[in-house]
Design a protein around this ligand. Structure first.
Ligand code: SF4
Ligand code: SF4
Length: 444
């Protein structure tokens, strides 16, 4: 499983705001220019925050032991018992009806968990009749799709992410022998029976599988007609020897796009590239290379930032930069045993409850969400970290803002040090792109 995988991708409209018209883009640039403080940002975001998105753990067993699995606890070894189904259903109903949640993504460990996933999906499908803008789905390792196909066909998820780690050799080295063939067989069932509006192949990029992912994308487009891919980046709390270096994501995007130029197919292909909170350290290189262009970033109605790059008439690469982490202000993550923890960063630790703001098995979610935004909450501290980051005087702070402070806190116990995904001292700009320079000049 990727961390949250695609969450269904982007729901774009031609009226989506662009560049400087998006408040998060303006705030990100202003923080980088040191024109606002983290406290000012906190005060502004508190007024606008609501959990538009929910990332929810539903089970604690997945059947695999992937080398890159970011979860800090063993399969089955959660701190508390699983959330009772009645609490799960009441919580999601309350979030939809009272807190305005409209995107529900089932994540750790596997979206297809016996006796839990189908009743949960059925419940959301009912809510979707009243609130048609709800989007929901989940990420699975693909091993059990055939067992759930009848139910999924009836429910019709908005999306289903199926995780694969490259072509057979690389996938099986990471996930275990035989897992590629099994996932492929089930991917074909999902496509043939249209088990979700969007059937998406989700993958985690690192130095071991970068070439293999490109080969896999070609294979699945031509042999199986896959139209959706989602590429997440390794969270380097495991497999550090394969951690991406500062310009690797740029090299990967260059290779991927060049390889796709000749691809002409009748159905559109979308490749989502997740630049989520813990990937902030890759943003300076993306800006420097001209891949990420602030004035071309848009925002969909679910709050996702995105930038489309059309490789040709058939293929679009969609970058999804968070710029400022979505957790707490926009997204809540709830572990399968009920801890409300914002993003997935705390889950990298055995003691993932350390940054929890409450547990839905003990308190209603509305009470917990009030505390989520309060002074001294992890949200407050992560905003404050922009003022105190050890990276504040580096040139790359302008776009990275010092990395993912919640991950730094989870791993090192300190919000102000740079996160483990930045394995360099400072990103040195090589040729800060013409677009990025022009954008800043026009704003100054
Ligand atoms: S399938 Fe997902 S949850 Fe299971 S071991 Fe692999 S990465 Fe971890
Ligand atoms: S050195 Fe700090 S500011 Fe620069 S890329 Fe790394 S984490 Fe970000």
């Amino acid at each position: 499983m990727s961390l949250a995988a695609s969450k269904g991708g982007i729901y774009a409209q031609s009226s989506d705001p662009l560049g400087d018209d998006i408040s998060i883009v303006r705030q990100w640039l202003a923080l980088g220019d040191k024109k606002i403080t983290g406290i000012q940002l906190y005060q502004d975001l508190v007024l606008k925050s609501h959990p538009m998105q929910l990332e929810l753990g539903i089970g604690n067993v997945c059947g695999l032991k992937c080398q890159h699995c970011f979860l800090g606890y063993e399969s089955g070894a959660t701190i508390s018992p699983l959330i009772p189904m009645s609490t799960l259903l009441d919580t999601v109903t309350c979030m939809v009806e009272k807190l305005g949640t409209r995107m529900i993504a089932v994540v750790d460990r596997d979206a297809l968990t016996p006796n839990r996933s189908i009743p949960f999906f059925e419940h959301i499908a009912k809510l979707r009749k009243t609130y048609p803008e709800i989007k929901f789905g989940g990420v699975t390792n693909g091993l059990l799709i055939d067992r759930y196909a009848d139910d999924l066909e009836r429910i019709k998820l908005d999306y289903l992410d199926i995780s694969m780690e490259g072509v057979c050799d690389e996938n099986d080295k990471i996930r275990g022998k035989g897992t590629f063939d099994l996932a492929l067989k089930n991917l074909r069932i999902a496509l043939a029976r249209q088990l979700a509006e969007r059937v998406i192949v989700a993958t985690t990029l690192h130095r071991f599988n970068d070439d293999s992912i490109i080969r896999m994308i070609h294979q699945l487009i031509f042999e199986d007609g896959v139209q959706w891919f989602d590429i997440g980046i390794l969270m380097a709390v495991k497999m550090q020897q394969y951690q991406l270096q500062q310009r690797d994501i740029v090299e990967f995007l260059n290779s991927l796009s060049q390889s796709l130029v000749p691809v002409k197919v009748s159905q559109p292909i979308t490749i989502l590239v997740e630049i989520c909170a813990y990937c902030a350290a890759f943003i300076p290189a993306l800006i420097d290379s001209g891949w990420l262009i602030p004035e071309q970033i848009r925002q969909d109605k679910y709050g996702h930032l995105y930038q489309n790059i059309h490789v040709n008439e058939s293929v679009t690469i969609t970058l999804r930069p968070e710029l400022i982490p979505e957790y707490w202000r926009h997204t809540l993550r709830i572990s399968s045993d009920g801890y409300v923890i914002g993003g997935c960063e705390p889950l990298t630790q055995k003691d993932y409850a350390q940054l929890a703001v409450g547990n839905i098995q003990i308190e209603p979610i509305q009470e917990i969400y009030r505390r989520v935004l309060s002074l001294e909450s992890p949200f407050y501290h992560s905003m404050l970290a922009y003022n105190h980051s050890e990276c504040r005087e580096k040139a790359c702070f302008a776009y990275c803002l010092g990395g993912d402070s919640l991950l730094a806190k989870s791993v090192y116990g300190n919000y102000h040090v740079k996160d483990p995904n930045c394995v360099w001292n400072e990103y040195k700009f090589q040729n800060l792109s013409m677009y990025a320079n022009n954008f800043r000049l026009r704003r100054s």
